[in-house]
Design a protein around this ligand. Structure first.
Ligand SMILES: CSC[C@H]1O[C@@H](n2cnc3c(O)ncnc32)[C@H](O)[C@@H]1O
Ligand SMILES: [Zn+2]
Length: 430
């Protein structure tokens, strides 16, 4: 088994209550074999990590990776106009190959900005799975299910096929969920069916919830319920694991329905800001013991997949919304981007903190930059100062995916060429 020793870094383990310290990290095969002030032993490869901060890889808890092909194509619109007039028509032209290359473009961006795992909801999930295998990343894959037209069960079958074919693939790097898209695209009958199926097979569920005021109005007009009440009454929150994307528009009673749920909420602040959706009540959810992680949503709305931008937006929004700078402090928001997101993907037993025995998904951040000096408080510096471009080295499952900012599993030149060609075709005339 290959061993790699990272020497002399500042380590943020992200374990609750543990202070950062200077030390070494030993990687043995897929796993972390030691995290300590000094590890004095031989290794196949020794990396001089002085001047670097080591932390768990960032985990993007809600994404539509292949939407990178629509990055910057249509902005400054309301969500429903953006989705129905721009994204859906472009997506209707997408081939499996487009989705493969779009997902690789996302993987290149994610690795280069320190993300090691992501939760993805999209279509043609064989193409997404293949891109995850090829990139070396870790992912939870979901076939998004929109039930507005009858298709004789085809979509649902694709969701089942994904679960059967891809769960545990890539040496366990890939896990799966069922993905009813949102309350406004999933009427009660098919939604009940998905929940029953997920229960039978013990598969988690990934769904958008309460992203806009328009969604609340739609659900009230149709069912006389808030989006959260609608899902609650269908029994969704009794499920063993539910990943809710957004959860922006929640009443006090809605938050009560979520209390005690297993899984939690993926907060996507940049997408919410850009689409003018609102501010999710993150600190209220946390106060009720609800797990909250961080995601980007697709690059079609967020523009970039840089989790450091989400970290900043998340903490700033809570401070601003409550007029209280003590809300969502640095360590807490960094935990949201790592171990709390890992909980949402159901992989916190394997990743999300740096500790012996866990899978070696970790990043080195180069602090030798004007905006990252001096180092008074490393957690503050990273949460409020670091950017994706500061990430120097990335490991997933013990394998190096980037070293000194060079991608080791992906050909950037080929991805760039493929993405440009395909993106132009998708949006032509729209
Ligand atoms: C059927 S696969 C997933 C589906 O979701 C769409 N999507 C992307 N971003 C959002 C968002 O912010 N809210 C709701 N739906 C979104 C994406 O375009 C795919 O069609
Ligand atoms: Zn989304």
């Amino acid at each position: 088994m290959k061993t790699t020793l990272l020497k002399g870094c500042t380590i943020l383990t992200m374990r609750e209550g543990e202070q950062p310290f200077a030390g070494d990290i030993l990687i043995e095969g897929e796993r972390i074999a030691g995290v300590a002030p000094v590890i004095d032993r031989e290794a196949d490869e020794v990396i001089d990590a002085r001047g670097m901060a080591a932390m768990p890889g960032l985990i993007n808890a809600h994404n539509h990776a292949a939407m990178c092909l629509m990055r910057g194509f249509s902005d400054d619109l309301k969500l429903m106009d953006w989705l129905e007039k721009k994204m859906l028509p472009a997506e209707a032209r997408m081939t499996e190959e487009d989705i493969y290359w779009g997902t690789l473009l996302a993987a290149a961006e994610m690795i280069r900005s320190g993300t090691t795992a992501f939760a993805d909801m999209y279509v043609c999930m064989d193409a997404v799975g293949q891109a995850v295998l090829d990139s070396g990343m870790r992912a939870s894959l979901t076939r998004g299910l929109v039930f507005l037209q009858d298709d004789g069960g085809k979509r649902m079958q694709e969701g089942i096929d994904l679960v059967e074919k891809w769960s545990g693939a890539g040496d366990g790097r890939i896990t799966t969920m069922f993905g009813p898209h949102a309350p406004y695209t999933c009427p009660p009958e098919p939604l009940r069916e998905v929940i029953a199926l997920a229960r039978e097979r013990r598969v988690p569920i990934h769904i958008h919830l309460a992203e806009t005021i328009e969604e609340t109005v739609k659900l009230r007009d149709k069912y006389g319920q808030t989006p959260t009440e609608y899902l609650y009454q269908l029994g969704l929150f009794d499920h063993h694991h539910v990943l809710l994307a957004h959860a922006v528009h929640l009443t006090r009673r809605d938050i009560g329905y979520l209390r005690g749920m297993r899984g939690g909420v993926a907060h996507n602040p940049v997408s919410n800001l850009k689409l003018g959706c609102g501010i999710a009540p993150v600190t209220d959810l946390l106060a009720q013991g609800i797990t909250v992680g961080l995601g980007t949503d697709g690059a079609g709305s967020a523009t970039t997949l840089d989790m450091f931008a989400e970290i900043k937006a998340a903490t700033w929004l809570q401070k601003l919304d409550y007029g209280d700078p003590t809300r969502l402090p640095a360590e807490q928001v960094l935990r949201m981007a790592t171990i709390e997101s890992a909980k949402l993907l159901g992989i916190d037993h394997e990743v999300g903190t740096l500790e012996t025995g866990k899978k070696a998904d970790l990043i080195l951040i180069d602090l030798d930059k004007p905006h990252l000096q001096p180092v008074h408080n490393i957690a503050s510096l990273i949460a409020y100062g670091a950017q994706g471009g500061d990430v120097d080295t990335v490991f997933v499952n013990g394998r190096m995916l980037m070293r000194r900012r060079e991608l080791l599993t992906l050909s950037w030149e080929e991805i760039k060429k493929q993405a440009a060609k395909r993106a132009a075709r998708l949006v032509q005339g729209l």
